[in-house]
Design a protein around this ligand. Structure first.
Ligand code: 3H9
Length: 647
């Protein structure tokens, strides 16, 4: 069947794009729309055209899979111009998402109406590009420069109501979109239509506006190039004639499309979409998940409970006594209250989230749970005791998961009846925010249980990555190696602050030493001490020396750095310099890019080992772990991509 079809409804035509899954603007769709404009312009019985889409969404953008290939005409900018120039005015009827090139096609239409749940956006910067079919030029003419800057430099779509307020759409159509859009079109055609967007005037803001915007956008971009380039395009659109602005946008788009950043972001885009549905589980049906339990209401347990509630699942939260349970519920309340004060949740929604949590101190409350996630203290004896209780209290087919970061899930599951329903689910803190979920099956875990882990990730909107069993799984194992390499640099004489600055310059929010000060040096120290006590040879680290001197990080007023009381700003520490002086070889001159290269190379080398051992399935999985769990700059694509290991 054709991807673009024309139907007639009296003197109006309905042009439907039907190109599953998301109606992307592949060459055949562009050609189909072009042909439709030609056909309908030549049809004397037609006064106007409603553009609508089949399936779950309006056109979600250019076809990203075409980006690496030679462009095929008609090109999208020409198509948008063609639609705008049509003798019979086009009216876009938007449902789902009108994104990127999809919204640009809508900008070529004379009027835009949307269904209530629809959203519109120009998310191109997330792919390392700018809108390439007039988004930066037509949006300021439609909705003003400030609105265009917000929409385009953040890449965040806006819901129909806000889009209406911003002037991005003309009306919201309740009920049936096709019927509503046809009615709207009939009425609109009775009066003079608004001018085509490209000929509307645009008011250029003053220099102060651009200075402020540049500062804000650069800060949020954290090294990504596209948002600032998009801002330049919008400025050009505000200050130069139309044709010049369009040419500038096109050139910027083409430059960026061929950039490393765009290649990296595209790779991440497709990896993220592949991750929730691994090929090897294609034919496996997950267990239904309607009732979920969490054992342990500390920071991690409360965060997991919040994530489950955000996904609409009722949660039973278990603690060992009433006081601990009360503390846990208090933590949970704090999470939802925080979301309210940040404007992410209404007070009613927060109350509803909390109301969906049933606290209990008796495991019997988990009798009907489909899945229970254990998130208690990282101590093997404590965890085993929990699973012994779960074995007694839960249904024999309930999936039982451990949220361990370092322990061997096989040891935790020892003695568990029906071990095929056991699995590791490693969340990252704060669990309701961080997207990564490492899914760790044991040799006994059934494919069904594994598929249930992935199904849970989909429900929670997480990025799941399957990891094999080893100390630290994928992410913490790479972290350990990177930290060791960072310490090695310090031993060679690179200042601590230079290592951190190098990683910030690379695109991380924080360097490895600052991050340890924030999280506390003692947890890793205690692990090393545990391993030493168990007879393993674990060489002394610089971190060990600091912890032994009472420097556990910000919480003790100092770790790798000193902190003034009440401040989180790291200051070079004379005490640390003195403590470590005997171990520091001298002073080496390494510039920041060389420092970062060395640490990233170590991460990637550990990635190689992890792949060779079968702990991770693909380099893309490793990159997703680093981006979503460890703050690796997305626009670099992850350590494997950045070091050329993904081809
Ligand atoms: C652009 O438009 C540039 C122009 O300005 C200028 C050009 C000159 N292309 O996310 P989902 C696939 S740049 C190709 O799971 P959802 C996706 O890979 C583009 N394929 O669905 C997946 O495939 P599979 C600007 C695409 O319902 C399937 O569709 N637009 C594209 O959760 C389902 O995806 C964007 O950046 C694409 N553009 O969410 C929009 N988009 O099933 C990006 C998706 O084989 N897309 N696929 O794994 C989205 O944000 C979401 O897909 C959307 C639906 C919200 C639309």
């Amino acid at each position: 069947m054709s991807v673009v079809r024309i139907e007639r409804d009296g003197d109006l035509a309905v042009v439907t794009v039907d190109n599953p899954p998301v109606n992307a603007l592949s060459a055949s769709v562009r050609q189909g729309l072009w042909d439709a404009a030609e056909t309908l312009d030549a049809d004397p019985g037609i006064r106007g055209v409603v553009l609508i889409c089949a399936g779950r969404t309006f056109i979600a953008g250019a076809d990203v899979t075409e980006f690496g290939k030679p462009p095929v005409p008609p090109h999208l900018p020409d198509l948008v111009n063609r639609i705008e120039a049509a003798a019979k005015p086009w009216i876009a009827a938007i449902h789902g998402s009108a994104l990127g090139g999809g919204f640009e096609v809508a900008l070529g239409c004379r009027v835009r109406v949307a269904a209530e749940g629809a959203s519109v956006g120009l998310p191109e910067v997330n792919l390392g590009i700018v809108p390439g079919a007039s988004g930066t030029v037509r949006t300021p003419r439609l909705a003003g420069v400030a609105a265009a800057v917000e929409l385009i430099t953040t890449g965040k779509p806006v819901k129909a109501a806000k889009a209406r307020e911003m002037g991005l759409i003309d009306a919201i159509v309740p009920g049936d979109l096709r019927a509503g859009a046809l009615a709207f079109a009939r009425q609109a055609l009775e009066a003079p239509l608004p001018a085509p967007v490209s000929v509307r005037p645009v008011t250029a803001p003053d220099e102060g506006f651009w200075t402020e915007a540049r500062g804000r956008v650069a800060k949020a971009a954290k090294g990504a190039a596209a948002p600032l380039r998009a801002l330049e395009c919008i400025r050009k659109a505000a200050e130069a004639p139309l044709a010049e602005a369009l040419a500038f946008e096109r050139q910027t788009f083409l430059d960026l499309r061929g950039s490393d950043q765009s290649a990296a972001l595209r790779a991440v885009f497709f990896a993220e979409r592949a991750a929730p549905r691994p090929a090897h589980l294609k034919d496996v049906t997950p267990r239904p998940l309607t009732r979920v339990g969490v054992v342990g209401a500390g920071t991690m347990g409360a965060g997991i409970a919040a994530a489950l509630r955000d996904a609409g699942l009722p949660v039973t939260l278990i603690e060992r006594d009433a006081a601990a349970l009360e503390r846990g519920l208090h933590t949970l309340r704090g999470i939802f209250d925080g979301a309210v004060s940040r404007g992410r949740l209404t007070a009613e929604a927060a109350a509803d989230r909390l109301a969906g949590v049933t606290g209990a101190t008796d495991y019997a409350a988990l009798a009907e749970a489909d899945l229970v996630i254990e998130a208690v203290f990282e101590e093997i004896g404590v965890k085993r005791a929990v699973f012994a209780e779960l074995a007694r209290a839960c249904r024999p087919d309930a999936v039982l998961a451990t949220n361990t970061s370092y322990l061997d899930p096989r040891a935790i599951a020892e003695g568990l009846p029906n071990p095929d329903r056991f699995i590791g689910l490693h969340f990252f803190s704060p669990a309701n925010v961080m997207k990564l979920l490492e899914i760790v099956p044991t040799p006994d875990t059934s494919p069904e249980t594994l598929a249930t882990g992935f199904a849970l990730a989909r429900m929670l909107g997480k990025v799941p990555v399957q990891a094999g069993i080893c100390e630290g799984f994928i992410g913490n194992r790479i972290l350990k190696r990177m930290r060791a390499a960072a310490e090695a640099l310090v031993r060679e004489g690179v200042p601590i602050a230079e290592v951190d600055a190098a990683m910030r310059d690379y695109g991380f929010a924080m360097g490895p030493f600052e991050a340890q000060d924030l999280g506390g040096l003692d947890i890793a120290y205690l692990q090393r001490e545990g391993a030493r006590a168990a007879g393993r040879t674990v060489p002394e680290t610089l971190g060990d020396i600091l912890v032994r001197a009472g420097r556990k990080g910000q919480k003790t007023g100092g770790g790798w750095y000193d902190y003034a009381p009440g401040s989180r700003a790291p200051m070079a520490s004379a005490a640390v310099a003195k403590l470590l002086a005997p171990l520091i070889a001298g002073k080496v001159a390494l510039d920041r890019p060389a420092i970062a290269d060395r640490l990233i190379a170590e991460m990637a080398a550990e990635g190689d080992t992890i792949l060779a051992e079968g702990i991770a399935a693909t380099p893309a999985d490793i990159d997703l772990v680093e981006i979503h769990g460890y703050g690796f700059p997305r626009w670099r694509g992850g350590p494997m991509f950045a070091t050329g290991r993904r081809g």
